[in-house]
Each structure stands twice: as structure tokens, then as C-alpha cells.
Design a protein around this ligand. Structure first.
Ligand SMILES: [Zn+2]
Length: 334
């Protein structure tokens, strides 16, 4: 049993409280590799932002949960080495699908876990969420639960269609589970293909797809039912079209990849939404830089040569999100 506090990590409670009151959101970036971890920490330190580093099922399969936990411990030490005296880094389990998995992560030093029972019948979702919360709170670990179903594919989390969160259920759900934050479905979606072309309109000037707007009316109703309660948005990559263009220019093939417009996320960040999950944008930034580098330097073969610009490009993207979309820059606790 390792407590996250001994690793220098923090849970989400205080930072969410400040984010809800301050009208901004905390970035939740997924990580799988050392380069992603370094880019996240560099971006958070340079912008003086709290940050959530999250680990999905795919990340655990790829890198191994134990290694990722040590990388998060390393992230805290690295942030201090970069000059941040009191970094606020959360190690969060993304889409935990069982009590046992959440418990395992808590026992190995995660400071926050998500239990995602959104695909289960309502009462079953409450029962297991409650069980996770009871265990987690013994160790002061915070818990995110989910109501409503997002469309799209994220590692092994996949659904064909989305179901918006029902505002009439949120009070009962939050009260009976005791969760610390609630992930809701208001039209965001997992992956780099968030919407089918037939769900979108096309910008006549650029020919690009314009996705349908988020359901801000549903968000407003949820906020009204649970004033000040931390709300989480999954599937909130914007799928930057310049990265998609770079990928396609250098041999990739991502036709009609489309995400959530950043203005909409900005608007959401100003409400009770205090955690915004971004994964695909980091994948796109990494792949675009690597494709370009390798196309321009066909004689290079040292991974450090192409991972360096990949890391730089991800860092640039993280800083942009923190400063221009979420507004969490300069928000470390005094
Ligand atoms: Zn998600």
C-alpha cells in the first residue's frame, strides 16, 4: 500500500473547488510515454498550472500501470527540478471499469480515480460507484463517476450513440454515490472522429466539417440542480486541423477528422465544468511532428531525433490549451 501523499501527488478536491469558483478548468491529459509526461510537466510548470495526468486502460496495457505510477512520481520530482516548488499533479485513473481496478490503483498511489459505470443500469452504477467512493475516501482519494453515455472510441471504451445525461437524475446520483465529481454527456465524444459527416455542416469557404454544438442547455440544468458541484467533460479534444493537415501532407490519411471547437470548451470551462479531458490532440501533435520530421530527414534513424520535435509540439499544444482554452495558467495554490 502506497499513499499518493508520500509521492508528492495531490487529489482533485481543492483544485476543483478553486476552478469552479474561478471560472476555469483543470487540464486532464492522458499519458502513455515518457515524452508525453515530460511535455505535460514542462507545460504545467511554465504556465504555473495544476494538472491531472491520467491513465487509461489502453495506457495500462501499453506501458504497464506500475511504470506509469513511477512516471507520475518522477513527474513530481521533475516539476520541482524545473523550478516549481509546490507542483499540483494528480495521478488519475481514467475509465476504471471495476471496483477491483480502482482499489488496485488507489493502493499503488493514484490520488484520484474514475469509476465509469455509465453503461450499466442506473442502480448498478450507483451501487459500484458508492463502493469505490467508500474505499477511496478512506485514503482521501477523490472519485469521478459518470452519468450519461458518450459516443466514440477511446481505447476500449466505445459506444455507437450518445445519451445525454438526464438532469433529473444528477441530485440522486451525486447524493447516493458520494462522488467528488461527475462526468456528464452533453455532446462531446471520444476519439479523433467525433462526428460523422452527416451530423455536421460544412463550412462553404474551407470545406471543413463544422460539428454540432454542445448541449449547453443540459449543462445549465445540471448546474442548477447541483450548484458548485464539479463537472467533468470527457472526449474534449479539438482535433486541430493544422495537425491533421500536416499528417495528411506527409503520408497520413485522416479524412474528415473533427473535434470540439475550442470556443465551446472555453465557454464550458467558465461554468461548473472544472476538468476537461484531452487525449487525441496530443496523439495528433506527436504524429504530425514525427511524420514531418521523418519525411524531411529520410536518412535519420535515432528515435531521439524525431521524438524531440514530437515532444516540443505536444508541449506547445498543452500550453495553448492551458492558456487559451481552459484558463488554468497561474492557478497554483499560493
Ligand atoms: Zn473518457
Amino acid at each position: 500500500m502506497v499513499n499518493y501523499k508520500d509521492l508528492g501527488l495531490v487529489n482533485t478536491r481543492e483544485m476543483f473547488k478553486r476552478a469552479v469558483n474561478g471560472g476555469y478548468a483543470i487540464p486532464a491529459f492522458n499519458f502513455n510515454t515518457m515524452e508525453q509526461m515530460q511535455a505535460i510537466v514542462q507545460a504545467a510548470v511554465e504556465t504555473k498550472s495544476p494538472v491531472i495526468m491520467q491513465v487509461s486502460k489502453g495506457a495500462r496495457n501499453y506501458a504497464n500501470a506500475t511504470i506509469l505510477r513511477y512516471m507520475a512520481e518522477g513527474a513530481v520530482a521533475y516539476a520541482k527540478e524545473l523550478g516549481c516548488e509546490h507542483p499540483e499533479i494528480v495521478l488519475h485513473l481514467d475509465h476504471g471499469d471495476s471496483f477491483e481496478l480502482c482499489k488496485d490503483c488507489i493502493d499503488m498511489g493514484f490520488s484520484s480515480v474514475m469509476y465509469d459505470g455509465s453503461s450499466l443500469p442506473y442502480e448498478e452504477n450507483i451501487r459500484i460507484s458508492r463502493q469505490v467512493v467508500e474505499y477511496a475516501h478512506k485514503y482521501d482519494v477523490t472519485v469521478e463517476c459518470e452519468l450519461g453515455v458518450l459516443a466514440g472510441v477511446e481505447d476500449e471504451v466505445a459506444s455507437e450513440v450518445s445519451h445525454y445525461t438526464k438532469p433529473e437524475e444528477v441530485i440522486d446520483f451525486a447524493t447516493r454515490t458520494g462522488c467528488d465529481s461527475l462526468a456528464i454527456s452533453i455532446g462531446t465524444s471520444h476519439g479523433a472522429y467525433k462526428f460523422k459527416p452527416e451530423q455536421c455542416t460544412r463550412d462553404p469557404k474551407t470545406g471543413r466539417l463544422v460539428p454540432p454544438p454542445l448541449a449547453f442547455d443540459v449543462l445549465a440544468e445540471i448546474e442548477q440542480k447541483l450548484p458548485g458541484f464539479p463537472i467533468v467533460l470527457h472526449g474534449s479534444s479539438s482535433v486541430p486541423q493544422d495537425e491533421v493537415d500536416t499528417i495528411n501532407k506527409y503520408g497520413g490519411n485522416l479524412p474528415d477528422a473533427v473535434g470540439i471547437p475550442e470556443e465551446q470548451l472555453r465557454k464550458a470551462a467558465k461554468s461548473a465544468v472544472c476538468k476537461i479531458n484531452i487525449d487525441s490532440d496530443s496523439r495528433l501533435a506527436m504524429t504530425a511532428a514525427i511524420r514531418q520530421y521523418l519525411a524531411e530527414h529520410p536518412d535519420h534513424f535515432d528515435p531521439r531525433q524525431y521524438l524531440k520535435p514530437a515532444r516540443e509540439n505536444m508541449k506547445k499544444m498543452y500550453i495553448h490549451k492551458i492558456v487559451n482554452v481552459l484558463g488554468s495558467d497561474g492557478k497554483l495554490a499560493e
